[in-house]
Design a protein around this ligand. Sequence first.
Ligand code: BGC
Length: 800
Amino acid sequence: MKSPKEVWSQAVELVSEMTLQERASLMSGSSFWHLQPLERLGLDAIMVADGPHGLRKADMAVDQAGLNASVPATCFPTAVTLASSWDADLLQEVGAAIGRECQAEDVAVLLGPGVNIKRNPLCGRNFEYYSEDPFLSGKLAAKFIQGVQSKGIGTSLKHFAANNQESHRMVVDTLVDRRTLFELYLPAFEIAVKEAQPWTVMCAYNKLNGTFCSEHEPLLTSILRDRWGFEGLVVTDWGAINDRPKAVSAGLELEMPSSGGANDDAVALAVEQNALAEEDLERAAQRVSALILAAQNNSERTEADFDAHHDLARKCAAEGAVLLKNQDGCLPFDTARSLAVIGAFAETPRIQGAGSSQVNATGIKKPLEVLRKMTGAKVTYAPGFDPELAEDNSVLIEEAVTVAEKAEQVLILAGLPPLFEAEGFDRTTLKQPVQIERLIEAVSKANPNCAVILSNGSPIEMPWLGQVPAVLETYLGGQAGAEAMADLVFGKLSPSGKLAETFPLSLADVPSQSNFNNHPRQIVYREGLNVGYRAYGGSQDGVLFPFGHGLSYTEFSYHNLEVSGQYNAANPLVQVTLEVTNSDARSGAEIIQLYVRDCEASVYRPDRELKGFQKLSLASGETKKCSFELDARAFAYFDLEADDWQIEPGKFELLIGASCCDIRLSSSVKITDEESPAHPPKAQQPYHIMDDAALADLGLHMTPPDPIRPYSVQTTLEDIKYHWLGKLLVAKVNEMMREHTGGQTPSPVVQKMQDAIVFSMRLSTLRNMSGGTITQKRLDILIHVLNGAWLRAVVRVFRP
Ligand code: BGC
């Protein structure tokens, strides 16, 4: 097995034999999922396919996009669930299993993992991302990548960078100050690149501080390659290209999917006209060739063991479920007592979210069947709500109440219906549909011995929380989620997941809320570092459940904290050890978290930041040692003047917690600097919701958002949806989409997602993805007509 780096000299040699046209031809795919082959030199059309929580290989004969049908594969729990396990080794196992399924299906690169930060709980795609914390995200992603790549399959770390909302994702300009970028939005990518070297990085659709990510030289070259040493290639998100030659010189190698050769010609022409350096094209061709050669080298075809992978999916779902509340030991339930199961998810479970990550599962377990099998006593059932509708349904609720009243224990399977969250659009509320809220209220009143089992991809409000003794957040648990849930509900296993994100009380408590999806062309990250627990610190105000929170059926005690090491600012290395004991009667696992607080900073530092975590499995009465090592980055902040990471000498607290708010042990270290020994404590400058002046102090100068009019290649279908030409275009694109997806009738959520994706498309994307139907000339004419410039349109008809 070889990585692209290991076949580099072979790639260089091959490229030296290529003509300019051949080099340019490698710059984009040959189909939606295949790279361009070069038979003369033995380069195959290797295939890439979506992940990240399972393989989504489009069945090219039926549905080229794979949105409705794809090759059966194991549907592991989605990223949010996997992350709640806080178990990096488990993610590595999952990566290896998906890698094996890729091997079996002849897929060379898996398009994942996604490590975008959950800036706001409303982002429609949060279920595909790990966390609000970059350290946790980066560590988990690195192990996942190592797992996949251990099978000789490449990965694509995505979406680089600052792609934290779905709305207007193809045109929106994310304005974020440099310090926040380096401390919050980049480190997950940085850790994954440095620790795992993904074969590819996927650049995001959006602009970052005025420039499309696909042509952002500082991002793709200065940061990714020069600072972090990235060795792989950069691929566009699907349709993210803007100006192809500009993108090549900025550091982007591969455009996906195919643009029918049009952009490759533009690249070749740019080299001929000296608008693009020949070395840039050569470098890009070498990187693409190295990727193809590595994939060809690793063409092992082993059968995947789907049964074993299903068991692994079950283990992940159990480890990722978070017991949010368990008053008076309500859970676990007793298999010998009668059980009422309420909630339509018992028959149609939500196992994943819709979008490019959606896997065609090999076998979905239904909660109702699993629960019936597992209990010796009577199980009754009422759906309680209609997952396709939002409105209140009193008949279903009354029926559920009657069923619940007669049982000794009640499980309410609720959460968010599929239509509420998916790729392509953002949520507008933290609320569940009113019918589900009312159902929980009514059923818990009728029978207080009830536990709510939640299936949702991101936080929700819980106005009913006070009425319900137990809540288990299972998130989107994959194909074996039902079995994992039953294992936890009946106490075969003890819950051990912890939240990798904060559950706010309401949207009003989310600092980014006033600057989230509030403009179709520009989003300003005015909250700076105040994202997730960084905004709330150790206080529970504004928080329903804090970051890192999760209960168990057993109890853990923390003791014997010891800190040692070297404390000089130039090269700190601090060892932290402690012991954790399972002090109750059941076995279980505990996630121990280490937060660092800078007590004497002159610049704003969040109150605490996660710098270490470990998950320990402990039998009843067992004690284990837990150890962490903190290096310079654990204490540093990104200093704008130095344009680098710096440590301010002084006192740092080390907080050992069971969550970010539940600190069990603490100690402190004094980091010293021999060159400036007397560092007086300084007052912190608070971060708040920053106005333009405060952002300017951080070097971020406001630019006006791109105008919607006059229409241009950057115009989206959303912008022109009321124009007669816009309507025609939307109809045409929908028709193409139908052809592409095999003419099947999509589910309501897939339809909603497709609509959102179609409306977010830029006119230039249509040109690139039209397979030559929409040429630049036709596009120019169309834009003139949209702008009412008929004369110009006519002139353009006659101009070559
Ligand atoms: C998504 C990517 C995905 C790609 C290919 C894009 O729309 O943003 O995450 O990998 O499509 O399906």
